[in-house]
Design a protein around this ligand. Structure first.
Ligand code: SF4
Length: 464
């Protein structure tokens, strides 16, 4: 998958003297979920300290910056946003001051009624600091008449509709919550007396914390000191976990929605090999996100797995784009083909998805130039035909290759021998059972309707 941007990574820690330091380390593990900016807010005796910056985690947190973030509670966020719209003012955690106390909020997801709520709040005189949909949550908390922090959070979340995994703190308590459908992941870990909330369990592994469990859809978890308790959902609705977390977004070494990602991805590859076998000499992955699926395909098809493409890991997402004259070099900056592996071989290329198809077209050209005699493309997800309104930055529908082309047209455009996608039925069979999934980008069945073209455009372009 190229050109479909990740969402955001959130983390919160309470109950340790080095909360901000641990949050910064956890953010390294969640770097894949957002690479355009990062922020941490810490609390010490109710006083709030914040540090945010554009760039990778390694660029944002210097030793000096971390030294200023003392306290026993910290909330962190890695942001992805569309290039150009990521300004320093839109970095999270969001901070607000109300009734003598400060609030910090980190959000992963998209609120589909944020525009409506924002318009209504602005009509009542509210002044917004950012253009982020998440800010409506803190505005509604400020208006709540509830006394306890967690009750104000719950009341505010009761008014928003959409996808959210949020972490909030007022300096006394750390609160984590997921929307009733549970689109985005959020898990709980423990390190000594401290508790951690994080988008994925790979963040817990890095700091040596134990994975306890997922925050359930609609659940609100409250941590105070070394105590943790749960406020169950007011009403249960059918869960809609984002199935793309298993296909692409999450790291393969994570546990997401209660299941390890790598075995799921391998099953997708195995199922793909059963559904769409290929007559070929070797199987290669488009690294790194397709590695597990390609291994599954190779294992089931009994075709050897080889490393035929090398990815340059030192190219950041915001690398300087070549001039139009050198545009064709853009893919070469990131990938190179291994000629000795590919020369004269019939190759199965496994990728997790195709969005616009422009990168894949260049990769195929690269593989053929390196000597591949045939390229059989296998995609470990169904064709993406609809945009996501629940927290993923997708192109508009007419930019999605599979929304505007038949499979045969895609084959001709990519100049491959054949191209086959995993069917929606096989995807749902290979994914962990009993969870309930969102598959809207494949079938257009949006569980939360999105009204109005303007709102759709904002949701497509401004995930957090
Ligand atoms: S539309 Fe696709 S990417 Fe968006 S939440 Fe649903 S499954 Fe995930």
């Amino acid at each position: 998958m190229r050109h479909w941007k990740e969402e955001c990574g959130v983390v919160g820690i309470a109950g340790t003297d080095c909360a901000a330091e641990l949050v910064s380390l956890a953010l390294y593990a969640l770097q894949h979920r957002g690479q355009e900016g990062s922020g941490i807010v810490s609390f010490e005796d109710g006083a709030l300290k914040a540090h945010r910056g554009l760039g990778l985690v390694s660029d944002v947190y210097t030793a000096d910056a971390l030294a200023g973030l003392d306290g026993t509670i910290a909330v962190g966020h890695n942001r992805y946003s569309t290039t150009g719209s990521c300004s320093a003012e839109n970095l999270q955690p969001i901070v607000a001051h109300s009734r003598g106390s400060a609030i910090a909020l980190s959000h992963n997801g998209n609120l589909v009624n944020a525009l409506e709520l924002r318009n209504s709040l602005e009509d009542q005189g509210a002044i917004f600091q950012t253009t982020m949909d998440s800010e409506v949550i803190v505005h509604m908390m400020a208006r709540s008449r509830q006394h306890a922090f967690e009750d104000r959070v719950r009341e505010a979340l009761g008014r928003v509709v959409g996808a959210y995994s949020v972490i909030l703190s007022d300096g006394q308590k750390l609160v984590g919550a997921r929307d009733p459908r549970g689109f985005r992941p959020l898990c709980i870990g423990r390190l000594g007396d401290a508790h951690i909330l994080a988008s994925e369990s790979c963040a817990l592994d890095l700091i040596g914390a134990d994975y306890l469990r997922e925050v359930e859809p609609g659940e609100l978890v409250v941590i105070e000191g070394s105590r943790i308790w749960s406020i169950p959902p007011v009403e249960k609705v059918d869960p809609k976990h984002c199935i793309f977390e298993y296909i692409y977004f999450s790291r393969p070494d994570s546990v997401v929605f209660g299941h390890a990602v790598d075995p799921v991805r391998r099953r997708l590859g195995q199922t793909l090999a059963e559904e769409h076998p290929a007559d070929a000499d070797l199987v290669i992955a488009v690294p790194d996100s397709s590695n597990s699926a390609a291994l599954g395909f190779a294992e089931r098809s009994k075709i050897p797995f080889e490393i035929g493409l090398i990815r340059n890991h030192y190219v950041g997402r915001t690398f300087i784009q070549p001039t139009p004259r050198l545009r064709d070099l853009r893919v070469k900056i990131k990938y190179n083909a291994v000629k000795d592996v590919l020369n004269g071989k019939r190759v199965v290329v496994v990728d997790d998805s195709i969005v616009r198809g422009t990168t894949m077209k260049k990769l195929v050209k690269m593989l053929k130039k390196a000597g591949a005699s045939e390229v059989h493309l296998r995609i470990s997800s169904p064709p993406i035909q609809h945009p996501c309104y629940y927290g993923i930055d997708t192109p508009t529908r007419n930019e999605l290759l599979a929304a505007t082309h038949t499979i045969e047209e895609i084959r001709r455009y990519l100049e491959v021998e054949d191209v086959e996608y995993l069917s929606r039925e096989s995807l749902l069979r290979a994914a962990p059972q009993g969870l309930g999934y969102c598959t809207a980008c494949f079938d257009g069945e949006y569980s939360i309707p999105v009204e109005g073209e303007h709102t759709k455009e904002i949701l497509e372009r401004n995930p957090v």
